[in-house]
Design a protein around this ligand. Sequence first.
Ligand SMILES: Nc1ncnc2c1ncn2[C@@H]1O[C@H](COP(=O)(O)OP(=O)(O)OP(=O)(O)O)[C@@H](O)[C@H]1O
Length: 255
Amino acid sequence: MQSDILEVVGLCKSFGGVQALRDLSFSIREGEVLGLIGPNGSGKSTTVNLLSGSLPPTGGQIRLGGHRVEALSQWDRVAMGLTRTYQTASVFPEFTVRQHVMLGCEAHRKVSPLAQAFRLKRDKSEEDRVQQKVAQALKLTGLEAEADTVVGVLSAAQQRFLMIATALASNPRVILLDEPAAGMISHERETLSGMIRRIRDTGISVLVIEHHMALIMEVCDRIVVLNFGASIAQGTPAQIRENPAVIDAYLGEAA
Ligand SMILES: Nc1ncnc2c1ncn2[C@@H]1O[C@H](COP(=O)(O)OP(=O)(O)OP(=O)(O)O)[C@@H](O)[C@H]1O
């Protein structure tokens, strides 16, 4: 039985009078892909924003490897192994792919990313470690052949893969993917599915928010379903697909 790497306990978030999350609890096991699905406005992005430290919770706990992190900064969480990607690809277009991925290594070291991207003050063993990490991230995301390509000329899907590669270079134990398939066409989604499975197979846990149900059902080991900020079901894809409350709240419209 795998142990839990990330535990969410009684998480709450209010925006003024809007209760975006209500007493949400779930956990992610080591080396599993967990899907987070639900209708628009059900609280998926808010959950990722609270887990990553982009927003503070109103209440509840977030534990990474048994340590409470809900009061820590986003950078401290990255250094502890909790990283994320964003819904919109946000990249530095003038960097090469390799330089861009290196930024992720620096996020882990908590050193000025821009200074380190231009290779200031790295000793030989540190340089080797960075190159190894970058090579692994490029391999996992299928971007090896593009290592020396300028980011600005990549396709939209490749830029999304680059965000994943950059996040992987921070040496995560858990990676949060916020709508990674947005705007992708069929063969790009297939590439993404394979990538998510390869990441999982290295022992990294993956939380995926996604509206594309075929991708979620194919790639996830377990799924948490949100509705109005609360969990209405948790289980395997087969269990979720058959759950009447989920069909009623979401899958009826998404399928
Ligand atoms: N910064 C904010 N200020 C006020 N209300 C917010 C804010 N962010 C989210 N909300 C509200 O919180 C609720 C949950 O929103 P959230 O974006 O987390 O949902 P979601 O499931 O990610 O939706 P979508 O699938 O459309 O991205 C919604 O009612 C939303 O309007």
